[in-house]
Design a binder for this molecule. Structure first.
Ligand SMILES: Cc1ncc(COP(=O)(O)O)c(C=O)c1O
Length: 470
């Protein structure tokens, strides 16, 4: 009884917050009871009670045989527009599954989708630090603007325009402390408790944790080697009014899949038609092995429905935590405000060091070498896996293999055995918004060297065989 009461109040609060954000304005017709019950997968009676409360509180009125409509706000209600009932936060959980896994010590860390520091030009970078301090002697004593260093934004615009068919202005760029911060700011900007968002299944688990912490409800769309089920995407966009679709369409984490070009164009059309933002997280675009991948979804966008996140953490200088967020001006302005509330701008020293390294010839050489090194590591891991009969699709870029284990091997048991053998991996369930993918695991080949990959994989396969034979 108590739980029911809470649920209908949560639905009530959700509708009120959508009214306050102007999604439903005075005299707009509200969704039917059946529609909302389907959207939230709850009983119609619960929605009915929420609507009754809206009526009772003067927030909605009924038209005979037609349905519920939004009442015009009284001035008292307008003043009250931004208060939120604390009860709505009761279903929110704060956690970060990935960081828990990374805290488990292991010699063979197949759980880390990070570049092995030995693959970075460390000596060159340290020489560079001195040079950059000579250019900007007051760098340590200066704040960056909240939007990010202008010189860096200009260079990144130039780079994007050289690489892709886009037209960009430095005003349409925000520098964040890694893509992680960009995801967090976007979640704060767009998500209110019980809002729907579309996510891939599986997807980057930390993004799920961030969205969960804001109270989002997930609409999962499977990602396969052929892309998404676009009918499903359209259905969600049409029926559930999602705030956005968060996606990692190129060398996707954890699967390594890439969404085909034809789907990219269609996704932008759908985004425009249903006014649903696409958040394109493109952390691995430059980590291809043989062929340059298809153009980002962002490049198909002419109307400002795509926000593009380009993190450089994964291949240039993970320690500097530089990411560029590209989007339409009004959206970047809102993000700048949130960024100024979060940290008032990323450290200038990091941005300037990154800028000069990014512009250097050495950087290009480094990235070319890195691609080759990663491809070799991937192939070594695949050679070790080849004898197992397990399933995976060989990725053409990125840092991970997404491996499906036979039903008789429990991932939980494999994890326990592997940790005893000092081998770590990431269980598939944490990437799944519905927590059902319990026979897949993510193995990263980017953090450990060739010898360690061979040794660690043998331990992992032995552990699996041990489980099978018991
Ligand atoms: C898809 C994806 N997005 C974002 C991030 C976080 O990137 P950053 O290190 O720039 O915060 C990661 C890191 O693994 C990732 O895989």
């Amino acid at each position: 009884m108590g739980a029911n009461k809470q649920l209908f109040i949560q639905i009530y609060d959700h509708i009120v917050s959508r009214m306050q954000r102007g999604e439903w304005q005075a005299h707009d017709k509200l969704p039917s009871i059946r529609q909302l019950a389907n959207e939230f997968q709850i009983h119609r009676l619960t929605v009915f009670r929420a609507y009754q409360l809206l009526k009772q509180n003067g927030k909605a009125y009924v038209k005979e045989k037609s349905g519920y409509y939004v009442s015009p706000l009284s001035s008292e209600q307008q003043n009250d527009a931004f208060t939120v009932d604390a009860s709505i936060f009761t279903h929110i959980h704060f956690k970060n599954d990935m960081s828990k896994i990374h805290r488990v010590p292991a010699t063979y860390q197949f759980s880390q989708a990070l570049i092995d520091p030995n693959l970075l030009p460390n000596l060159f970078l340290s020489d560079y630090v001195k040079k950059v301090f000579d250019i900007y002697p007051k760098m340590m004593g200066t704040y960056s603007s909240a939007q990010g260093d202008l010189e860096l934004r200009e260079v990144l615009c130039q780079y994007m325009m050289e690489q892709h068919p886009v037209d960009l202005d430095p005003d349409e760029v925000l520098i964040t402390t890694g893509a992680q911060q960009a995801i967090d700011l976007l979640a704060r900007l767009f998500i209110r408790p019980l809002d729907n968002i579309i996510v891939e299944r599986p997807t980057y688990s930390v993004a799920l944790d961030v969205f969960r912490a804001q109270g989002a409800r997930f609409l999962p769309v499977d990602i396969t080697p052929d892309g998404y089920d676009l009918q499903q995407v359209e259905h969600f966009m049409r029926e559930s009014r999602p705030r956005f679709f968060y996606m990692n369409p190129t060398f996707h984490n954890p699967t390594g899949y890439t969404i085909p070009a034809a789907q990219r164009k269609r996704l932008v059309e759908l985004a425009e038609q249903y006014q649903c933002l696409l958040i394109e997280d493109d952390a691995f675009h430059d980590m291809y092995f043989n062929e340059i991948p298809t153009q980002p979804i962002f490049t198909y966008d002419t109307d400002g429905w795509v926000i593009y996140l380009k993190s450089f953490s994964k291949y240039i200088a993970p320690g500097l935590r530089v990411c560029a967020v590209l989007g339409r001006r009004s959206l970047i302005d809102s993000l700048i405000t949130l960024k100024s509330l979060a940290d008032n701008g990323s450290p200038l020293v990091n941005q300037k060091l990154f800028l000069h390294y990014f512009k250097s010839e050495r950087m290009q050489q480094h990235v070319d070498k890195l691609r080759t090194a990663l491809q070799i590591r991937k192939e070594i891991m695949e050679q070790e896996l080849a004898q197992t009969g397990w399933e995976w699709v060989s990725p053409q870029g990125g840092l991970n293999l997404w491996v499906k284990l036979p039903a008789e091997i429990s991932v939980t048991e494999l994890w326990d055995q592997c940790i005893r053998q000092s081998v770590s991996f990431v269980p598939g369930t944490i990437f799944d918004p519905s927590r059902e993918l319990n026979s897949s695991i993510r193995l990263s080949y980017s953090f450990v060297n060739e010898t360690q990959i061979k040794q660690g994989m043998r331990r992992l396969v032995d552990a699996a065989n041990h489980i099978r034979s018991h």
